[in-house]
Every structure is written in structure tokens, then in C-alpha cells.
Design a binder for this molecule. Sequence first.
Ligand SMILES: C[S@@+](CC[C@H](N)C(=O)[O-])C[C@H]1O[C@@H](n2cnc3c(N)ncnc32)[C@H](O)[C@@H]1O
Length: 260
Amino acid sequence: MATVLPARVDTDALEQKVKAMYRDVALNPRGEFHFEMGRALTERLGYTSAELDAIPSEAIDSFAGVGYYFDLAALQAGEVVVDFGSGSGTDSFVAAGKVGAGGAVIGIDMTDEQLAKAERLRAAAGFAQVSYRKGYIDATGLSEACCDAVISNGVINLAPNKAKVFREAARLLRPGGRLAIADIVTDIQLPEGISCDATLWAACIGGAMQVDDYTAAIEAAGLSVMQLRENSAYRFISQNAQGAARKFGVKSVSILAIKT
Ligand SMILES: C[S@@+](CC[C@H](N)C(=O)[O-])C[C@H]1O[C@@H](n2cnc3c(N)ncnc32)[C@H](O)[C@@H]1O
């Protein structure tokens, strides 16, 4: 099972490439990307008007997620949620609406500009139950069994070691807690020509894992996969990305897994 990066990829260079891309996503959301962003995308993926109207529109402008999973997450008032790769904050803000003032949402991201934008919007809109922290999703520094749900949208495919990310999610979840995510996976394992291309990796394609390996990595971390569905409304927009998507069955899925 290929849960780690091919040996030829320089992980430091990859991290810089990912940070540069998502700095642009935060600062220049109307620029040209391999992927779609913004409100029209969120609506097509299944976010409701009520969810979107209640959160800062500038966060939605920089939304770079790949699917909807809040129905699977079934967040309840008062719950504690950790958002892996919170970006400009869309999903953390949506989660905040569901857990309410008595709950808490902690967004983790490694890109300074994404964190700064999310924090600026959080402070202006008064989401007291949300906090954003700089960190890595495979080593958050949060304490064991600290949350009811880990959520993530379009992020884990970017991580060099996905098994480590799922182990970290399992560590943070209390028994019975939920991992509810949307992410990019593939039907066929990607050849190294694609998985070693840092630009395609940063565009959420090159790092995508074969779907059965992906769910096996979740299970190996001590979580039980309860649901997996394809998000057919998600599509890449550059020709290059669309070609790879067709050839290797690169697709978005939403997944619910429970900590047993
Ligand atoms: C495709 S964007 C998605 C952002 C957000 N979830 C959304 O839906 O708009 C990926 C985000 O994950 C962050 N990220 C990628 N790899 C990460 C890692 N290993 N640790 C922490 N953050 C990471 C990036 O900085 C970026 O903000």
C-alpha cells in the first residue's frame, strides 16, 4: 500500500509548493487554478444557502474543498470539532454554526496567509467558538481524545504520509467520535510521473491515493469506515488536470468513519 510519498519527491520542496499555491488561494481567489473555488462550487457540492449565508463570504471566495460531508458528520450542539487544513475557514465556520456557542471548532493549517485570512474573518464576524492554529495535520499537538469529530475537505491528498494523518485523527477522537471528510482519491494508482510532479500534487491530483488503499489506511488507524460516496459534482478545470482525472479515475469522495 502506497501511503507515503514516492522516494523521489522532495517533501520540503512539496511543502513549499503547497504553501505557495494556498497562499494564492487566500490572497488571490479570482486567479487561475487547476481547480474551481467559491460559492458556485459550494452550492453545487451540496452546501445549503442557510449554511453559506451564515458565514463570511470572503471565506467562501477562497473555498477550495472538494465535497460536502456535513450530513455524514451530523455535528451536534456543544461538540468539539477539529478541522484538518482549515484554509480560509469555510468549513470551520459552517461547523461552528452546527456546534453553537457551547461547542468549539479548532482549525489547523500550515499556510500563514490562509490562517491570517481565516482569523481576520473570524474576529470580524465574532465566531468566539472558533480558533485557528498553525500546525501540521499529521502532528497537531492537540491532546488525545480531545474532540467529537475531525473534519477535513480537500486536504489529506496533499499530505506526504496519509497513514500518519489518519493515526493523528484517531488519536484526537474520543471513542465513538467521527472522522467526516471529503477528499480526492483515484481508481488506479497514479504512476510516479504524476505523483512526483509537485505542481500536480499541490493541485490535489498528484498526491491522490488509490481509493481502496485510502480506506484501508483509515481502518488501519483504528477507525471503521461506515459510508463512502462519490461527489460527481466535483471536477477539475485545467485541461492537464482533466486529462489525468479521466485516465486514472481521479475523483472526489466523502467518507464517514467512526473511532471504535
Ligand atoms: C485544498 S485547500 C482546502 C482548504 C479548506 N479545507 C477549504 O475547503 O477551503 C488545502 C489546505 O490544506 C492546507 N494543508 C495542506 N497540507 C497540510 C498539512 N500537512 N498540514 C496542515 N495544513 C495543510 C493548505 O495550507 C491549504 O490551506
